[in-house]
Every structure is written in structure tokens, then in C-alpha cells.
Design a protein around this ligand. Structure first.
Ligand SMILES: Nc1ncnc2c1ncn2[C@@H]1O[C@H](COP(=O)(O)OP(=O)(O)OP(=O)(O)O)[C@@H](O)[C@H]1O
Length: 265
């Protein structure tokens, strides 16, 4: 069964420029979809349109079906209860998602109270559990810290903990590891991989980086200039990419040699 489906999603500016052009894809429950494309291809706008967070003046047409319900028809109030509770997000720079003036403990508590209606004591317990889940074992210190007192990797772990706090159906991750150095990036990808597997959360993972997507996604949508140019699987894209643009992305990724070379596989 389909967890999230985007059907003919088209986004236009108030000036009539088409930024997304009839984008369609779907991801089944427990599926892992990667969306890849170069800068400006429309990946982030797709994510924003799904969440009802398009910049002012842009309009979206088509359908965004979550469990069969079209999110594009929902008002702001209804959307707010979808965001976080049903579709959670992790973004590139956790500092923009985290409030610099609030301790990590209070930030993790927010969604737990709002969406899960947990009591104060229960919230403290759940927050500590979540920290351990994302392997922030120095729980008391982490919960009492402000975001700027943590490393980039720790902050992204906190964002992941917050995203998973409400047991969302879909986790939408937009370049979640791009700002991290390669070692930390690998740790965060392994963590995401493990948590997604364990919780059965449906994953939509947006990145410009094919090797990164290949690590966590199974299905793949390749975007260019606001359109889907190829819908395939990661395995197929690595093995026999059909579209010239996908071949180009693969060649570029191989050139920096983080994917097995053709003769090594
Ligand atoms: N606020 C905006 N106003 C006008 N055009 C915009 C705005 N935001 C994005 N665009 C345009 O929409 C297109 C898609 O942008 P989008 O941010 O979705 O690309 P992306 O694939 O996510 O790129 P990146 O990897 O750099 O984030 C681009 O042509 C971009 O210039």
C-alpha cells in the first residue's frame, strides 16, 4: 500500500514560471525513496510543497496523497497537525530547525507534549529514551545543553530524535548530512538506516549526492529542471542507468570514487 504519493505536482510562481512540472512518484509503507538531482532541480520545492511550506506567491497543483488524503486541499491548521506528527522532517542544517534559546530537552519535549499529549514526567522519560535511540548516551548533559553547545553531528542526532519523537509515518530528510564531514556523515546515515529499519518508518530522502542516497534509499527518482527524468531503483541506477542525465550523475559520483567502479562490481 502507498504511504505517500505525489501526483502531477506542479508549482508555479506568481509570475507564471513553472518550477515543478507534473512531478509524480509514490512510496509504499516502509519504502525508502531517494530523490536526486543537481542544485535547482526542484528537490527542495517538492519537499516544501508536500509540507505546505512553499514560499509566498507560489502555488501548487496536482495531488499529494498521504494515506490517500490530499494534503494540497488541507488548510493551515490541519497541515500543522500533519507536519511533525505524520510527516516529520530532518533538514541540512539542524541549527535552523533548532531554537538557539531553548535547551535540547525542552525542544524534544515540545512535539511529545503537542502531538502525543505526554505528561511532564513521561516527557522526561521519553526524551531520555529518544537520546539513547540516536546514541546520544550522555543523556543528561545533552538534554540540558543549548544547540550551539553541541557538535554538528550531535545536533543532527537531536533533529532525528525530534523527528522520530511522534512516530511519524513518513520521514522526509532533505540533505540531512550535507553539512557534515564525511565520517560523521557516514555515522548519521548508518543511524538513519538502522532507525528506519527498526521503526518501519517510510523514508523520502532528498540529496544531490548519489553515493549518499545509495546508502539509505531503495527506489530512486531522478529530477532535472523541475521534472522527473527517471524513476528507477538505486540498484538499477548504479547498474544500468537509462537516462543520460542519470548516467552523468553516476559518472560524476564515480569520478570522486565513492561508488564501486564498474569493473569492481
Ligand atoms: N523562493 C523562490 N523564488 C523563486 N524561485 C525559487 C525559489 N526557491 C526556489 N526557486 C527555484 O525553483 C527551482 C527549484 O529549486 P529547489 O530549491 O527545489 O532546487 P533543489 O533541487 O532543492 O536545489 P538545492 O540542491 O540547491 O537545494 C530553482 O530553479 C530555483 O531557482
Amino acid at each position: 500500500m502507498t504511504a505517500l504519493e505525489v501526483r502531477d505536482l506542479t508549482v508555479r510562481t506568481s509570475g507564471g514560471r513553472t518550477l515543478l512540472d507534473a512531478v509524480s512518484w509514490e512510496v509504499p509503507f516502509g519504502g525508502r525513496l531517494g530523490i536526486i538531482g543537481e542544485s535547482g532541480s526542484g528537490k527542495s520545492l517538492t519537499a516544501a510543497a508536500i509540507l505546505g511550506l512553499l514560499p509566498e506567491g507560489m502555488t501548487a497543483t496536482g495531488q499529494v496523497l498521504l494515506d490517500g488524503r490530499d494534503l494540497l486541499t488541507l488548510g493551515e491548521r490541519a497541515l500543522r497537525s500533519v507536519r511533525g506528527a505524520q510527516v516529520a522532517t530532518v533538514f541540512q542544517e539542524p541549527l535552523t530547525a533548532l531554537d538557539p534559546l531553548m535547551t535540547v530537552g525542552r525542544q524534544i519535549a515540545g512535539p511529545l507534549r503537542l502531538h502525543r499529549g505526554a505528561s511532564r514526567t513521561k516527557v522526561r522519560e521519553l526524551a531520555a529514551d529518544l537520546c539513547r535511540l540516536v546514541r546520544l548516551d550522555d543523556t543528561e548533559r545533552i538534554l540540558g545543553s543549548y544547540p550551539w553547545q553541541l557538535s554538528g553531528g550531535q545536533r543532527q542526532r537531536v533533529s532525528i530524535a525530534m523527528a522520530l519523537a511522534c512516530e511519524p509515518r513518513v520521514l522526509l530528510a532533505d540533505e540531512p548530512t550535507t553539512a557534515l564531514d564525511v565520517t560523521v556523515q557516514a555515522e548519521i546515515l548508518d543511524l538513519l538506516d538502522e532507525l528506519i529499519e527498526r521503526t518501519g518508518t517510510t523514508l523520502v530522502f532528498v540529496s544531490h549526492d548519489l553515493p549518499v542516497v545509495a546508502r539509505v534509499a531503495r527506489d530512486l527518482v531522478v529530477m532535472r529542471s523541475g521534472q522527473v527524468v527517471e524513476a528507477t531503483t538505486v540498484a538499477q541506477a548504479l547498474d544500468a542507468p537509462a537516462h543520460p542525465y542519470t548516467r552523468q550523475l553516476l559518472a560524476a559520483a564515480r569520478a570522486v570514487s565513492r561508488l564501486p567502479q564498474e569493473d569492481e562490481r
